[in-house]
Design a protein around this ligand. Sequence first.
Ligand SMILES: Nc1nc2c(c(=O)[nH]1)N[C@H]1C(S)=C(S)[C@@H](COP(=O)(O)O)O[C@H]1N2
Ligand SMILES: [Mo]
Length: 315
Amino acid sequence: MRKRIPTLSEHQVTPEGQYLSRRTLISGALATGVSLLSGTSDATSPTGTPLRATRNSTLSVSVPANSWDDITSYNNYYEFGTDKADPAANAGKLITHPWTVTIGGEADITGPIALEDLLKPHALEERIYRLRCVEAWSMVVPWVGIPLADVLKRFKPTSKAKFVRFTTLNDPAQMPGVRSRVLSWPYTEGLRMDEAMHPLSLLAVGLYGRTLPNQNGAPLRLVVPWKYGFKSIKAIVRIDFVERLPRSSWMNANPTEYGFYANVNPSVDHPRWSQASERHIGGGLFAARQPTLPFNGYAEQVADLYRGMDLKAQF
Ligand SMILES: Nc1nc2c(c(=O)[nH]1)N[C@H]1C(S)=C(S)[C@@H](COP(=O)(O)O)O[C@H]1N2
Ligand SMILES: [Mo]
């Protein structure tokens, strides 16, 4: 096994005891004589380099996070296969150091930058966010990252920069899934400039106080909590400031099913299924589906971005 080389400076480790892990729930249940049908015995220990991050409580939800196991074993990452277990099985050998991100397009400062240099000026924050997948499941994830806006501003986008386009690594030698034509590669996603600059938009480098596991998008991924999970692009190698709305891989795959905005919206169904409710991963076999909230529960913070728009037409 290749040893993971830390790419981030160590600040302060977030105590893992703060989290309600599935294991804690299981041992608690056993202690009180209650059996949990969803319990598994193959719990994995957190991996990755510990990071020093300060919890941003204002921007965090106050519900318990999903377990490390849930978050790192049930993934969407089509570069490594389309089954939920494929990324954990196939992404382990992806080389994430050294890592370079290339900045391009409508900005004063463009060109390649080493990940360490991209991150250096910024303090890491921990933010516990809801994640709502377009496939109607959800999780709660304690991300570690930096505000996207702070990073973007450093490159001095010009007045022509109306959108930001993100691009994932496309390496057939390391990513077996890109041989399939299920999506157009490289995986690309985009945000309108004001969405990208919103304080909730996060560039994540870790979860549970440690560097990201490869299946969750190491070494750098986007997290946009009020949008369906597919907007939160993994393993980012390019960030371009662009004038025109960028087409994403999901729009290319099926423009009638996956729109550019992809705001979580319980009143706009996917053509093949309802978006009104969701199954919370880790909730157990018989847990009731939860109602899905407009903007995934972040309406108070982001609804203003879409004032005057017809969100059924611009889905
Ligand atoms: N490059 C890339 N990024 C991606 C995907 C992907 O297939 N490739 N899947 C997306 C989808 S559909 C979801 S729901 C989230 C899942 O993130 P997680 O595995 O960390 O929970 O990643 C998103 N980012
Ligand atoms: Mo998703």
